[in-house]
Design a protein around this ligand. Structure first.
Ligand SMILES: Cc1cc2nc3c(=O)[nH]c(=O)nc-3n(C[C@H](O)[C@H](O)[C@H](O)COP(=O)(O)OP(=O)(O)OC[C@H]3O[C@@H](n4cnc5c(N)ncnc54)[C@H](O)[C@@H]3O)c2cc1C
Length: 435
């Protein structure tokens, strides 16, 4: 390909960020090629997962009428596990069972991404699966295209939108990002377990196409800085665990063993019992948030989604919506740059301004201290679940002991094991970490 024969824009990666960027570009008449290393879009993608869809619903209104989504999430549950017990906060509302379905859908990415890519291709983008970008081409400090494998071909363009996900080695190659700090990079493993539809609906108390999302802390991940998850699909359950690489190493844990232990926990085993293992995958999650964000642009290049570290790793556990929103903002920036005929860093830095005004930065900023706070206070996820469940076990134990004595004993144990001042301090610090 000569310098004259070039794409307006090359998008690296056909995940939520890349496909949202490409759709926005083609709608505006920008010529775009999406290069995806997987055999097909979605083939390499792993997510719990709930696809959060406020941006998708704008790009493809009422997508759920034709998209291969699994269930809309009406039921959220947060819990902590000790070795034997579980204490939970459980929330369910039929209000999420109507359009827009609270923008929360369980999906299987291999099916969903493929469908999304078909819509983007129909709109006019060129999607090339089985092509990995091995290198960004850089001339005089400006990204001018990509080198691809297999074959080592070079493709030129005015601008690259890099949506390569968590293992963002292209961003590293051009110096926008340093190697990940293992304290801020989680490794997650996920299994899809097949069960009959009626069995899922009865085990999880679901009506029709309702779905549920469980986020589980404490013993789910053996007290490390992370969590377990369980989401219902139509005829399967997605179950997994994820913790920072730093903590997994520190505790000499292997994520596969942690997942096996999680599935055997007395609170979880009945939910997966008798299921057939259909799929198993591992993936990274960049959890550094706003304070560990890479540089987002240089001349001819924009980073989006996981490649830019846009994951809200608080209790919300959102990444898909931040990926789609950043893909759209990157595309809008490219459209404006094309109108100006200027793809310099100064012009592309408009991307950052768009993010500042969107929920992407507002949410990342809100939780920017959260991951550091949990890293600095490992006892919260390691010791509190055991103590709290131990206290509840004593509180609800039936015997001939008078209730007044039980209360006194439980309070004394609470003072001994946690301490009122320590507890108040921890809660205050936690509150501060989300301000
Ligand atoms: C176990 C797990 C559970 C999760 N659960 C949730 C959840 O419930 N809800 C949620 O919102 N988020 C969840 N996330 C996070 C979410 O998956 C990501 O934030 C989201 O997928 C990011 O989208 P993306 O497009 O930036 O990257 P990705 O989805 O990772 O897509 C990147 C794409 O780029 C391709 N690619 C990579 N390198 C190259 C290359 N060099 N050349 C060509 N192609 C390349 C990949 O094959 C892939 O298709 C979870 C993540 C994990 C690992």
């Amino acid at each position: 390909m000569s310098e004259e024969e070039k794409f307006d824009c090359i998008v690296v990666g056909a995940g939520p960020a890349g496909l949202s960027a490409a759709l926005t570009l083609v709608k505006a008449g920008v010529e775009v090629a999406v290069l995806e290393r997987g055999e097909y879009p979605g083939s390499k993608n792993v997510m719990g997962g709930i696809l959060f869809t406020p941006v998708l619903d704008k790009l493809l209104p009422e997508f759920w009428k034709s998209a291969p989504v699994e269930r809309f999430v009406t039921h959220r549950r947060y819990s902590v596990l000790s070795k034997e017990g579980e204490a939970a906060f459980d929330f369910k509302t039929a209000a999420y069972g109507e359009p827009d379905y609270n923008n929360s859908w369980t999906v299987l990415r291999a099916k969903f991404d493929r469908w999304f890519a078909d819509q983007v291709e129909e709109a006019g983008a060129m999607i090339i699966p089985g092509m990995m970008v091995s290198e960004l081409l850089v001339k005089d400090g400006r990204v001018t295209g990509v080198k691809t494998e297999p074959g080592g071909d070079e493709l030129n363009c005015d601008v690259v939108i890099c949506c390569e996900g968590a293992n963002s080695f292209l961003a590293e190659q051009v110096g926008l990002r340093k190697p990940h700090d293992p304290k801020h990079l989680a490794v997650a493993v996920k299994e899809v377990i097949g069960l009959p539809q009626d069995e899922i609906e009865s085990r999880f108390h679901l009506n029709g196409n309702e779905g549920c999302a469980y986020e589980i802390f404490g013993q789910a991940v053996q007290g490390t800085f992370g969590s377990g998850f369980l989401y219902t699909n139509k005829e399967s359950i997605s179950i997994g665990v994820g913790s920072t690489i730093h903590d997994m190493k520190r505790h000499e844990l292997n994520p596969n063993d942690v997942l096996e232990g999680f599935k055997k926990h007395p609170a979880i085993a009945p939910l997966v019992k008798g299921g057939e293992s259909l799929e198993y995958a591992a993936h990274m999650i960049p959890e550094g948030g706003y304070s560990h964000m890479p540089k987002l642009t240089m001349s001819g290049l924009i980073l989006t989604g996981d490649a830019a570290g846009f994951v809200n790793a608080s209790h919300y556990h959102e990444g898909s919506n931040l990926a789609m929103a950043s893909g759209v903002h990157a595309a809008e920036t490219v459209i404006a740059a094309k109108e100006k005929g200027d793809f310099s860093e100064a012009t592309l830095s408009g991307y950052r301004d768009k993010l500042e005004n969107s929920f992407v930065f507002k949410d990342l900023k809100k939780f920017q201290k959260f991951s550091g706070f949990l890293n600095d206070n490992p006892h919260l996820l390691r010791d509190y679940p055991d103590s709290i469940i131990g206290l509840l076990t004593d509180y609800f134990r039936i015997s001939e002991k008078p209730k007044a004595q039980i209360e006194k004993d439980v309070i004394a144990k609470f003072r001994r094991e946690i301490g009122i001042i320590n507890f108040a301090k921890d809660m205050y610090k936690m509150w501060r970490a989300t301000r």
